[in-house]
Design a binder for this molecule. Structure first.
Ligand code: KIV
Length: 248
């Protein structure tokens, strides 16, 4: 399976389902749950390492965690500062991820002119790129973690960015925390798949941070309802076991 195969899924209206993973257990759970794609997202900063944002994740961190994840179609996030400092560095760092892990693509946030140059260069150098627009957590110091695309101007900007990312050759685009109807319009206007998170049900696929879906976090994003209260379940069961062992 190659990143570009996802475009055929869209053509066949086959929904794309992606989950994040950060280690071998989460990777193999996601793979055995039959997802199409595993994203080693920099959200692992929060769900696995206890940071308050994604900014502390480094190139070495993402390579380390990508190597721990099993081997379906894996996409790795480009961490903060691995692509914001120009095309040469971005090619070197993305190349390192591809060369030293089983990732077959990288994900890059944003579509500003500087980022467009980076994306175009990465793709020309043989590194498939997944775009990511709407709420881009690496920009949270500027935009917070607020829903994007609420104003007409912001909607126009996001639509334009989506079409530019397609033109540049991205094989898919993550749409994060934007209005459902905006996501629908973008989904209809592109021939590459849109993968939504907090963007309604019209996208060609959905991605979730696995820890959010399993209720493993204390802080839950507003757009992800957990399917089980995993943290409470594990904690209660472990406490039961600890208490019973103490009595033995
Ligand atoms: O880092 C991440 O997990 C992501 C998803 C939210 C798409 O970028």
């Amino acid at each position: 399976m190659l990143p570009s195969d996802l475009v055929n899924y869209k053509k066949k209206s086959r929904k794309i389902i992606a989950l994040t993973a950060w280690d071998s257990i989460s990777g193999s759970i996601a793979e055995q749950a039959n997802v199409d794609l595993v994203l080693v997202g920099d959200s692992l900063a929060m769900v696995c390492l206890g940071y308050k944002s994604t900014l502390p994740i480094t190139l070495e961190n993402i390579i380390y965690h990508t190597n721990a994840v099993s081997r379906p179609l894996v996409v790795s996030d480009m961490p903060f500062l691995t692509y914001q400092c120009g095309e040469d560095k971005a090619v070197e760092y993305a190349g390192k991820i591809i060369q030293s892990t089983y990732a077959k693509a990288v994900k890059v946030e944003g579509a500003e002119p500087e980022i467009q140059k980076v994306i175009s260069r990465l793709i020309r150098m043989g590194i498939p790129v997944m775009g990511h627009i709407g709420l881009t957590p690496q920009s949270y110091l500027n935009i917070g973690l607020r829903k994007q695309g609420e104003s007409l101007a912001s909607q126009e900007k996001i639509k334009k960015e989506a079409s530019i990312l397609e033109e540049l050759g991205c094989f898919s685009i993550v749409l994060e925390h934007i209005p459902d109807l905006l996501a629908k319009e973008i989904q209809n206007s592109l021939s590459i798949p849109t993968i939504g998170i907090g963007a309604g049900n019209y996208c060609d696929g959905q991605v979730r941070v696995t820890a959010d879906l399993l209720g493993l976090n204390d802080d839950q994003p507003p757009f992800c309802q957990p399917i089980i209260q995993g943290k409470k379940l594990f904690k209660d069961k472990l406490k039961e076991w600890v208490d019973s062992e103490r009595l033995n």
